[in-house]
Design a protein around this ligand. Structure first.
Ligand code: FES
Length: 172
């Protein structure tokens, strides 16, 4: 038998070669102190908390600061009680702006929070209406009050600069 093949048996006085390089017994190998365990759990918890922050918090912060400022047109171009469609923040995000009877404007994502059909303005009901399943949202807050939707429509932040209206952000 070659020297390297020695299995560290009881009959042999010689130690296996690997034992010289790694002189740790099995008993010591499995022994974990309470301090090490607490340190491991503490670091593990910190890592999980950090990962949660990265997943939940960072995209929210980035999104909050990265909305474009998009000109929607002149206030006078949207008749009182009427509405206009636009896209924001990208060309693939349909939105609707409503000129309320009190003279102010409100804007929302046009994507219904039930199953993503496009909501339209119903002047007759003074509501945002989803024709797919008869969902209704209030014009003032975008809050659902009839039909299957349970979540409000994301609101588009508007800013008036003189006569001009700009979309400047999204409140989810
Ligand atoms: S998709 Fe709008 S109510 Fe169902």
């Amino acid at each position: 038998m070659a020297e390297n093949d020695c299995k560290d048996c009881k009959d042999c006085k010689k130690q296996a070669r690997w034992r010289e390089d790694f002189p740790i017994t099995w008993e010591s190998d499995n022994y974990i102190t309470r301090r090490e365990m607490v340190k491991f759990l503490g670091l593990g918890s910190l890592l999980i908390a950090g990962a949660n922050f990265m997943v939940a918090g960072v995209p929210h912060l980035v999104r909050a600061t990265s909305y474009p400022q998009t000109r929607l047109g002149l206030m006078s171009e949207i008749p009182v009680g009427g509405s206009r469609l636009f896209n924001y923040p990208t060309g693939d995000d349909p939105c609707i702006v409503v000129h309320k009877d009190d003279g102010t404007l409100v804007a929302y994502s046009q994507v219904c929070t039930h199953l993503s059909c496009a909501v339209i303005h119903s002047e007759k009901d003074n509501a945002l209406f989803c024709p797919c399943h008869n969902g209704y949202f209030t014009v003032n807050e975008g809050r659902p009050y009839a039909g299957p939707p349970t979540r409000p429509l994301p609101r588009i932040k508007l800013e008036q600069r003189g006569e001009e209206i700009y979309a400047i952000g999204v409140e989810v």
